[in-house]
Design a protein around this ligand. Structure first.
Ligand SMILES: Nc1ncnc2c1ncn2[C@@H]1O[C@H](COP(=O)(O)OP(=O)(O)OP(=O)(O)O)[C@@H](O)[C@H]1O
Ligand SMILES: Nc1ncnc2c1ncn2[C@@H]1O[C@H](COP(=O)(O)OP(=O)(O)OP(=O)(O)O)[C@@H](O)[C@H]1O
Ligand SMILES: [Mg+2]
Ligand SMILES: [Mg+2]
Lengths: 165, 155, 155, 165
């Protein structure tokens, strides 16, 4: 399985449609402080199904929707789509390409889609769970997570080993 | 479940000891399962000592040594259960130049199995990447993509 | 004691608002005393919004924006009660190049009253320093002083 | 008042005698990861009288004494001296130069000296308190302290304002 593309609109500071095409090897994301780099990492965590606002630096999930700026009004929806190349059939579905979409409306409804078809959150997490791609795994790391991994309390690290088991 | 944890633990432990020596160019490290009343909850203690120092709890290490130790543990887990992609947000910030080179070498050696996405301000890490994506906020408050050439990068 | 806190608070607030705009090249920030039952314990909330963004709690800022906001508050306190020296340990790690330049400019403007000692891996900060001291561990585990010339610095 | 010199021996990784002469302006301390830079910052905090191991990344105060390395045995004492230029009489003593020394022996006794004369901890903290140079002030900052300054709990910041009052 390989990441192909990330598309989003209305997620955090990404008011306009944004697209990132992934390549083999190492992709670096660069830019000045506050331009939205960590928001991209959080968009990936979000589309993989995280239910915890804590992992996204917000208090309530609605705060991931673009909240407006000096020149723009706030938006009513956030949407992120992650496209995966599944030719090696790592994901248990019979498609060469799998796209996962998550939407959240300001009124609070959320939608999940696999290849454009509405589904439940459980369908998304079931699809990913064998690959171990749950949203808080060890494959999305930021400085705060490093502190958790190195914390003085041995039980804080236990979840890493459960993920790898 | 306990058996699975124990088997995984032993595999990760072997990897961690080897990767630590590779990243630190020597020294030694280990992980120890700490028995909680309930084996399903038992924790894991990390012991690490860079070259020439005595083996201590990870809290006695410097900021840079801690970040490198966390990377060694992360990749020890990867070897047991690789994930198709990995996103690292400014993990290289506390590292000095020679540790950045080792970090990048390690990423390169895992590139077969895993796509890496690295968020960084460090020019040395940028130089090692295969492709650079720029993000900017021309209009304040709104993020957009921008093309980046390494020479003009403002870290 | 409450009166003293209130007077200090107002002075720091004025400084903080001005220094934030200087460090961020625009935007606005403010501090608000949060009434606890006991005025001697009342806390202080920070609100900050870089140019063009809406005023929010400081937890909504990025890593670099947070570090810069902390520096603005630190110097706002300095203006009220300067201290003869100040030691900063890798505060510049999350900053991009243009914010490092602003950070260094701020240090320079306080140099009259205060000696600064900055621990850093960032070459741009090193270039701005008046003197560089090197520390090394030739013999593992034992720290000693070493002379440093900027050209050969391995960050 | 100005910082003139820091001398230490046996403090953390500084097994051999170490000296740092301060200049006007900005002094940068550089070196590879783990070489002892943060230990220098902690030596300054320690000589100013801190009683909290927590501020020095140790569990018990004796752990600041050089604990040995591959080639060296552990030492029995840690000693740090900070020399200050007091020509402007900021410190309430009639000396052009004031040096503050702190010693700790493995058996647990500690000693404080001002200009070479033994004194009590209280004499050191009284000397510095008017200048606001207590050990956990806002003039010694590392990344962990930045997180405290920016923490979600407003009362965490209160101590900064009390120091400046
Ligand atoms: N819902 C939202 N609507 C609009 N803007 C938002 C929203 N949530 C967060 N932001 C903005 O996104 C910015 C933070 O972006 P991010 O943390 O991704 O920066 P970064 O590129 O990682 O910066 P650094 O290099 O400092 O880590 C903040 O300034 C914040 O105001
Ligand atoms: N009592 C002690 N005896 C001997 N060595 C010690 C003692 N206490 C700490 N150390 C060593 O000092 C080292 C840490 O030094 P320090 O934290 O100052 O590094 P640093 O130069 O700040 O590095 P970085 O750039 O990674 O932040 C550790 O490797 C630790 O083993
Ligand atoms: Mg960030
Ligand atoms: Mg350090």
């Amino acid at each position: 399985m390989r990441l192909k593309r990330l598309q989003m609109i209305g997620f955090k500071s990404f008011a306009d449609a944004f697209e990132l095409n992934f390549q083999e090897g190492i992709t670096a994301i660069v830019g000045p402080n506050g331009c939205g780099k960590s928001n991209v990492a959080e968009a990936v965590r979000w589309v993989l199904g995280t239910q915890s606002p804590n992992e996204l630096r917000v208090d309530r999930m609605e705060e991931v929707i673009f909240a407006g700026s000096e020149e723009r009004k706030s938006l009513g929806m956030a949407e992120v789509t992650l496209e995966l190349d599944n030719r090696d059939r790592t994901l248990p579905v019979d498609f060469d390409e799998v796209s996962i979409t998550r939407r959240l409306f300001r009124a609070g409804e959320s939608e999940y889609l696999i290849n454009g078809n509405k589904c439940r959150l459980m369908d998304v997490t079931d699809l990913l769970v064998d690959e171990g791609l749950g949203s808080n795994g060890y494959w999305i790391l930021e400085r705060a997570m490093v502190e958790t991994i190195l914390s003085n309390r041995p039980e804080d690290r236990r979840f890493l080993f459960d993920q790898a088991a | 479940a306990t058996l699975r944890f124990e088997r995984t633990f032993e595999d990760v432990r072997g990897n961690f000891r080897e990767l630590f020596m590779r990243l630190f160019g020597g020294g030694q490290a280990d992980i120890v399962a700490v028995d909680a009343e309930d084996p399903l909850e038992s924790g894991v203690r990390i012991l690490a000592s860079p070259r020439g120092k005595t083996l201590k709890n990870v809290s006695a290490l410097s900021d840079g040594e801690r970040a490198l130790t966390a990377v060694a543990l992360l990749f020890a887990l990867y070897l047991v259960k690789p994930s198709p992609f990995c996103l690292l947000d400014e993990l290289d910030a506390p590292l000095d130049d020679s540790n950045i080179d080792r970090f990048v070498d390690l990423l390169r050696s895992f590139m077969e199995k895993t796509q890496f996405i690295v968020i960084t301000h460090n020019k040395r890490t940028m130089e090692a990447a295969d492709i650079l994506y720029g993000i900017t906020m021309q209009e304040s408050g709104v993020s957009t993509a921008t093309t980046v050439r390494l020479e003009e990068v403002e870290a």
